[in-house]
Design a protein around this ligand. Sequence first.
Ligand code: PEP
Ligand code: MN
Length: 324
Amino acid sequence: MIVTVEEESKQLETALGGRYRKVRMGGAVVYVFSQPVPKPMIDRIHNATVVDISKPYQLASRDFLKETSIVRIGKAEFGGRAIQVCAGPCAVEGKEQLLESAQAVKEAGATVLRGGAFKPRTSPYAFQGLGEEGLKILREVSDAVGIPVVTEATSPDQVPLVEEYADAIQIGARNMQNFELLKAAGRSGKPVVLKRGGGATLEEWLLAAEYIILEGNWEVVLCERGIRGFDPSTRNVLDLAGMSLVKRLTHLPVIADPSHATGRRDLIVPTARAAVAAGADGLMIEVHPRPDEALSDGAQSLDIPTFGEAMAEVSKIARAVGRE
Ligand code: PEP
Ligand code: MN
């Protein structure tokens, strides 16, 4: 149950003896209860809006906010009519590589630059990213090209650093249930792109978003990036049914990542088209000026000309489904 009031109610807080979580939403104060509150108690509070929510996640639920929330990363508005595309290399490898990528993806119509500085790699022998040096390059290139940037934080103690350099914080699939990281991102002042864990249910994903919101950060974009399947022909399985369903369950904007979902650059265009047709608010696509030389995820990265073609294809689908 959620009770929204214009001002904090000490009366309610005393009566409930701490059995609530409290979070600010714009000028209002939102009390969240995991148990229904007796009606007479609510009736005593002035101007309270009460929403009964039968789901384990509440603030993230569309039962609470009926309209899709707009989340801004720089000037890009996720959750509006326009499809937002985050594009760039899997990892920042150096200034030239990022600059070339950023100019090209912006030119092709991407609205957010992506690039990892802290890379969560399956193998400890794989390229781990440039760390803070990578963050500095991201900031510099983002400012030079005029495109906001999202990059991943892989541990709670990296959040203040990532927050300082980036316009949005990515939480990766492997960290979707790193609760201390979720809380740290929730306390930050930057929007969060929350990827779905490879083995996470929709409910677990939305509860992860709930952790972020409970700390006072409502700026969460969900990213479907494929879940584990049995067939190694594709890296993961892009769960478009789950993505469409999660859009009904939550007011948060949802984007899809065809690169990590498929692991193959030849499948990016068809899955990107399908995701937009199925209602995605945006896409995340890996782009590298020379994918075959990429230090990570080259096989699922588009080169610059192919990314331009992909954007044209996506734009046709967007218009066909009443988006832009
Ligand atoms: C990435 O975006 O490069 C990444 C590591 O993604 P995911 O967490 O979805 O695997
Ligand atoms: Mn990657």
